[in-house]
Design a protein around this ligand. Structure first.
Ligand code: HAM
Length: 436
C-alpha cells in the first residue's frame, strides 16, 4: 500500500512559498522584541507532564496534551505552550540575574485540537515574557510590544482590539462580593471563559448549577454587563471596593500615557483558560467579522515560580500564534506577496564552454553578499527571462560565443532594461552596477 503524502492531521508542510511567509512573520516578531531589548531563548520540545499539571489548567491536560511514557518510564509531553518552560528556566537563574528579565522565543507547540480555521495541532507561537518588572510596568510593556508588533505588520486600531480584564477584579467580585467558595470561584471562571460562546439559556443553566444565592447570581449577571473601564471602576467603588478600583484605574491611566489606550477595551469575559494568571489578562481580537478568533493572549502571573519552590517573581507575557496572525494579515490585505523568491542575479551562459567562467563569476559575487542563481547548463537566450522571473532576480548576465571570445559578459537590469557590456574580470564594475 502506498504511503500517505499528506502531513499528519493538523500539521503543515511549509513549501518554499509558505516558508517565506513564515520567515517574514518571524522576522517582524524578532525585530519588534529586540527593539524592546528582549533576548532570544529556547527550550526543549519535551517536558515532564507534571510541569503542565501544576498550573496550566484541566483543558490543556485532559484534552489537548500530546503525552507518552518514554523508554525510561518518564511521563512526558510535547510542549503545548511555552510559559511553564520559561518559568522553569527562569527559576534556575533569576537569583543571580538583574531584573527585569526580558525574553522572547518563537517555539512550535502541539495541542490535540479539532483542526479548523485558526486552529491546528502544531502552531508556532511568539512568546514575550518579562520577569521582575516593578508595579504594573511589565503589563504595560507587554501590551506596548503587542501594539508595536501589529503596527510593524501595517495594522492599526481599525484592524484589531485588545480586550482586557484583571483577575484581581474577578476574584473580588466572585469571592468578596458574591461570597463564592474556592470551588465555586473555579467553576465561575470556567463559565465566564465560555460565556460568549454559549447561549443565554446554557449560561443560566451552568450558573444555576454552581449553587449560589439569588443575590450572588444577580451580582454575577451585573458583572457580565460591565462594558467599559468607567463601568468597572464605578461598579467596584459603589460596592465598597475602592482600593482595587483605584489600582485598576491607575493602570488604565498608565496605558493612556503609553499611547496604547485606544486599542484597549474592558471585557468581563476575558479571564483566560490557563490557571496561572493572577492579574491583568488580555486577548487580542481581529475586528474583521470573518476572523473573530483570538490572535494573541497573555497576562500577569505572580506565582508560577512557586511550583519550583522559589520565591514569587512577578511575570507577565504574551503568546501570539502564527496561524491566526497569517489569517489576520490576509483578511486585511496586509501580507506582502511572497509568491516568488527574492534573488539578486541569474548568471547564464549560452555556449557549453561558458560553464567554468560562469561558476567563477558566481562564486566571487556571492562573496560580496549577493544572492546568485546559476543556470548550470547552457541556456538559449529566450529561456533566460522566464527563468529570471521565477527566480525573482533583479539582474541577469549573458555570455554568448562573442562575449566568451572577448572574456566579457552582458549585464542586464530587468527593471530598467539597461544593458552593459563588461569585462568578466572587472568585478568592481559589475558590483557597482548591481549595488547602485
Ligand atoms: P494561549 O491563549 O493558549 O496562551 O495561546 C496564545 C495564542 O496562540 C492564541 O491566541 C492563538 O493565536 C495561538 N494558538 C493557541 N492554540 C492554537 C492552536 N491550536 N492553533 C493555532 N493557534 C493557536 C498561551 O499559550 C500562553 N502560554 C501565552 C503566554 C505567554 N502567557 C504568558 N506568556
Amino acid at each position: 500500500m502506498a504511503l500517505n503524502k499528506q502531513p499528519y492531521r493538523g500539521t503543515r508542510d511549509f513549501f518554499p512559498k509558505d516558508k517565506r511567509v513564515r520567515d517574514y512573520l518571524f522576522s517582524v516578531m524578532t525585530k519588534t522584541a529586540e527593539s524592546f531589548g528582549y533576548e532570544s531563548y529556547d527550550g526543549p520540545l519535551l517536558e515532564e507532564v507534571e510541569l503542565y499539571k501544576a498550573k496550566s489548567g484541566e483543558e490543556l491536560i485532559n484534552e489537548q496534551i500530546y503525552s507518552f511514557t518514554d523508554r525510561g518510564e518518564r511521563f512526558v509531553a510535547i510542549r503545548p505552550e511555552m510559559t511553564p518552560t520559561v518559568a522553569r528556566m527562569v527559576s534556575q537563574i533569576h537569583r543571580e540575574s538583574s531584573k527585569p528579565l526580558r525574553w522572547f522565543s518563537i517555539p512550535n507547540l502541539m495541542r490535540y485540537e479539532k483542526p479548523q480555521r485558526g486552529r491546528v495541532r502544531e502552531h508556532w507561537q511568539f512568546n514575550c515574557d518579562v520577569f521582575g518588572a516593578p508595579g504594573r510596568l511589565g503589563e504595560m510593556e507587554i501590551l506596548q510590544i503587542a501594539v508595536e508588533l501589529f503596527q510593524n505588520y501595517g495594522a492599526n486600531c481599525s484592524h484589531f482590539e485588545i480586550l482586557l480584564n484583571d483577575r484581581a477584579i474577578v476574584d473580588t467580585v466572585f469571592k468578596l462580593m458574591m461570597k463564592a467558595t474556592e470551588e465555586q470561584t473555579y467553576r465561575l471562571y470556567k463559565i465566564v471563559d465560555k460565556a460568549k460562546k454559549i447561549t443565554k439559556e446554557a449560561l443560566e443553566k451552568m450558573v444555576g448549577e454552581v449553587g449560589l444565592s439569588k443575590d450572588s447570581e444577580n451580582i454575577f449577571y451585573s458583572y457580565l454587563q460591565l462594558n467599559s473601564f468607567a463601568d468597572v471602576v464605578s461598579f467596584l467603588t459603589t460596592n465598597g471596593h475602592g482600593g482595587i478600583s483605584e489600582a485598576f484605574n491607575n493602570f488604565i491611566t498608565l496605558t493612556e500615557k503609553a499611547h496604547i489606550n485606544e486599542y484597549l477595551k474592558y471585557d468581563p469575559t476575558i479571564v483566560r483558560g490557563l490557571d496561572y494568571y493572577t492579574g491583568i489578562v488580555f486577548e487580542i481580537f481581529d475586528k474583521h467579522p470573518d476572523n473573530r478568533r483570538a490572535l494573541c493572549g497573555g497576562g500577569a502571573f505572580a506565582n508560577l515560580l512557586q511550583i519550583f519552590n522559589e520565591e514569587p517573581l512577578a511575570g507577565v507575557g504574551l503568546g501570539l500564534g502564527d496561524v491566526t496572525l497569517r489569517d489576520f494579515l490576509e483578511v486585511h490585505n496586509l501580507l506582502p506577496n511572497f509568491d516568488i523568491p527574492k534573488n539578486d542575479v541569474l548568471i547564464t551562459f549560452q555556449e557549453d564552454d561558458g560553464l567554468v567562467a560562469a561558476l567563477i563569476l558566481a562564486q566571487s559575487m556571492r562573496k560580496n553578499n549577493l544572492k546568485i542563481v546559476t543556470s548550470l547548463e547552457a541556456l538559449k537566450f529566450k529561456k533566460v527571462f522566464p527563468i529570471a522571473e521565477k527566480k525573482g532576480v533583479r539582474f541577469v548576465t549573458l555570455m554568448g560565443s562573442e562575449e566568451l571570445a572577448k572574456n566579457q559578459i552582458q549585464l542586464k537590469n530587468l527593471n530598467t532594461k539597461e544593458q552593459h557590456t563588461l569585462d568578466l574580470n572587472d568585478l568592481e564594475a559589475i558590483l557597482k552596477i548591481i549595488k547602485a
